[in-house]
Write a protein that binds this ligand. Structure first.
Ligand code: TYD
Ligand code: MG
Length: 463
């Protein structure tokens, strides 16, 4: 094995030391030293004859650089295509991060098995062939044409990168998926799989392979709840695209969010639902968030929020009841508790509602977390509705922020929000009058009602 020279570096300030230290003498931080390679005698690459990399680059005038629109592989999964900005770019290195058990392996296996014309290599260091087969059976994807050797999903259970590249040279796949980067090891480094230097070196080899061969590579990376594993963080700088797969493990929907993308926008995202037979694409996300209700109940309103660029309609539920104990309780799920207190104060002061002696419980249905202030108006109306015990029609929705003066403020992307509400068949949407200025209101099929203060809305809904 090649002799490698390593040294320890403080990950915080870059201080170099020949041996490991608990505390950095330069920046005084604890536990920041990580072993890194400073010189390798022989650099193993995915192909031994990759000396072309050594040719020094020369500066070029930017106007003379040839540019071709990136060639993209369009997968059968529209949510993934969308998150990637329109398909997988050839030669790109994509990291999919997420907590254990969220469904990363399921998503990638599903994609690997449903590529119609590509040869996909699924490298797993986490599961045995049998386990992968079992998962595949569960996904229930129609089996591929066995006579065609140029397409299909090939599974390799291997963690040594040199062996993986050997198989890649034989198979010549169109797409490589590595599950997960933390299990890979390269002979160049002695530290265990999953350590910072090991993860970085293996990802570096994958990067060189992707760029030289033009084959896109997906790397799956685990992030623990505390974010302790340094691996994926350093990876973010190396890869072209970082996708974050997130969601609550107890709830069925999952969001594939683009955190970084050299080939597209980061405001795109894909939404899935985890079922017993794998992940299902959710094309109309508002549907899963609006709970099925029979008849009209007080305290329920519909607000609009944005996830990336996509407008979503979410259901706000509140329950206001007379406090039985001295101090009234305020509790909110999926909505900032401080903001709830602020809105309650606004309702008390500007709307004249006596909420000081009431318990207030607020919930965003579907376990969704909303940070968008555009939901404020829906929250306020829901609280008044519960307090007064007057139901709000399920045909009405709201899109506006509420200020401290009780004024209804404008929100961004109002056209998208109105369009989403119209698409889902609502007959009225309340917006700020400042948002209405640039809009051609009669052009919408939905009734758009501009309001300027809390009093206006109370007048039109409760009086
Ligand atoms: P997995 O893809 O193994 O997660 P990760 O690779 O991110 O660690 O998915 C784990 C969970 O998904 C597991 O708890 C079971 C669930 N699951 C389903 O609900 N339906 C399915 O069809 C599959 C394959 C998994
Ligand atoms: Mg997994």
């Amino acid at each position: 094995m090649a002799k490698v020279k390593t040294s320890y570096f403080c990950q915080h300030c870059g201080y170099q030391s020949p041996k490991w230290m608990g505390k950095c003498p330069s920046c005084q931080n604890w536990n920041t030293f990580v072993e890194e390679i400073i010189q390798k005698e022989e650099k193993p690459t995915w192909k031994s004859h990759s000396s072309s990399l050594q040719i020094a680059a020369k500066p070029k005038i930017i106007t003379q650089i040839d540019y071709q629109e990136q060639n993209r592989i369009i997968t059968s999964d529209n949510e993934l295509n969308r998150a990637l900005g329109g398909g997988i770019v050839q030669g790109s290195l994509i990291l999919i991060g997420g907590e254990p058990g969220i469904g990363k392996s399921t998503l990638m296996l599903q994609i690997a098995m449903s590529m119609p014309t590509a040869k996909v290599l699924y490298v797993s260091g986490e599961e045995s062939e049998q386990q992968i087969k079992m998962r595949a059976e569960r996904l229930n994807i129609p089996s591929q044409d066995l006579s065609n050797k140029e397409s299909g999903c090939y599974v390799l259970t291997e963690t040594n990168t040199q062996n993986i590249f050997k198989q890649i040279e034989i198979l010549e796949p169109d797409l490589v998926i590595v599950d997960s980067i933390q299990t890979l090891t390269t002979v160049a480094i002695e530290s265990p799989a999953g350590s910072v230097s090991q993860v970085r070196e293996c990802a570096g080899e994958m990067l060189r392979y992707a760029k030289e061969s033009g084959t896109p590579v997906f790397l799956i990376g685990h992030i623990t709840k505390e974010g302790t594993l340094a691996g994926p963080k350093i990876l973010e700088h190396m890869v072209d695209t970082v996708l974050q797969f997130e969601g609550d493990r107890h709830l069925s929907y999952r969001i594939l969010r683009t955190v970084k993308n050299r080939f597209g926008s980061t405001s795109e995202l894909g939404i899935y639902e985890m079922r017993s037979s794998g992940l299902r694409e959710v094309t109309n996300p508002s549907e899963i968030l609006l709970s099925q209700r029979e008849g009209e109940l007080s305290g329920i309103t519909i607000g609009t929020t944005l996830e990336g660029n996509r407008p979503l309609l979410v259901e706000v539920q509140s329950l206001v009841s007379t406090a039985t104990y001295g101090t009234p309780q305020r509790s909110s799920t999926g909505f900032d508790a401080k903001r709830l207190n602020m809105l309650l104060a606004v309702l008390e002061k500007r709307g004249g509602y006596r909420l000081g002696s009431q318990d207030v419980f607020l919930n965003i249905a579907g376990g969704f977390k909303v940070e968008d202030p555009a939901i404020d108006l829906a929250v306020c109306v829901s609280i008044i509705s519960s307090l007064e015990d007057v139901p709000i029609s399920d045909q009405i929705c709201f899109a506006a922020e509420v200020g401290l003066g009780g004024e209804i403020r404008a929100v961004n992307r109002i056209e998208n929000r109105i369009a989403e509400a119209q698409k889902l068949g609502f007959h009225t949407i309340f917006i700020s009058k400042f948002n209405a200025k640039g809009l051609d209101l009669p052009s919408f099929q939905i009734a758009v009602k501009p309001v300027s203060k809390i009093g206006d809305i109370v007048e039109s809904l409760f009086l």
